[in-house]
Design a protein around this ligand. Sequence first.
Ligand code: NDP
Length: 268
Amino acid sequence: MEHYPELAAASAGWRYQPEPGCLAGKVILVTGAGDGIGRTAAMTYASFGASVVLLGRTRSKLESVFDWIDAHTDTEAVIVPCDLAALGDENAAALGNAIGESFGRLDGLLHNASLLGPKVNIAHYPTDEWQRVFQVNVHATFLLTRAMLPLLEEAGTASVVLTSSSVGRKGRAYWGAYSASKFAVEGLMQILADEYEHAGRIRFNSLNPGGTRTTMRRSAYPAENPLDVPAPEAHMDLYVYLMSEASRMQNGQALDARDWTPQPSISG
Ligand code: NDP
């Protein structure tokens, strides 16, 4: 973290102060790790000691994150170039096998990658765009989660975070497939949380980062001054919390980075 000035600056306003090394020994898969919130989350997880599997569709962006982790942390990173628009049963299973062979387990899975799609009304929403958004935001999330469940069970206490949005909790005109897909993500999270509640080995929560200064935000709000919205670093206390042992009793929750305060930790 000392090598990561943006994170150090943001941490002054954090609500939860993760202990240095609180993710040491953990293996965390981050989707959409090449840019935006996923990039910052991957670098942050590595800064707190996790080995990070970087999944994304643009190899050069993943390599830049890999190089940063290699230069600034003692942890291991692995690059997985993968277009989630083309993810199917076979490549999801192959990815599970590859992570299993390299690490033997998975302690954390951050479903972060998503597509915004066009902002038009439903009457004019193109079918192919609708399907593409659902493939990346919902179908790939299902396929990847299902493929990783055996590795997550191996970890003993594992955390799966599904990235949502305010329009995934209340529908809004012109947000089309993106909004509907985030509702589906919330539903998937609730089903998984309920299915695994009693086993207690894997927890599932959804997280709405809220307006954050990224490429997606610029596409959604082109007239907005980017400096009016927080940078991804501002949310990283919550992103680390959800992957750390501090959140191990938290399951089935729909969290919002804007109004989140940590639950009192339950020790033992
Ligand atoms: P960005 O668009 O800035 O980054 C998304 C990342 O996902 C990019 O690295 C992108 O790859 C990757 N990605 C997109 N499609 C695919 C694909 N088909 N296969 C593999 N990787 C893909 O998004 P944000 O960082 O803003 O958003 C991150 C998450 O937070 C999303 O789930 C979003 O819905 C959610 N969110 C964001 C908000 C915001 O204000 N930013 C507000 C609420 C929710 P590439 O770099 O190659 O394009």
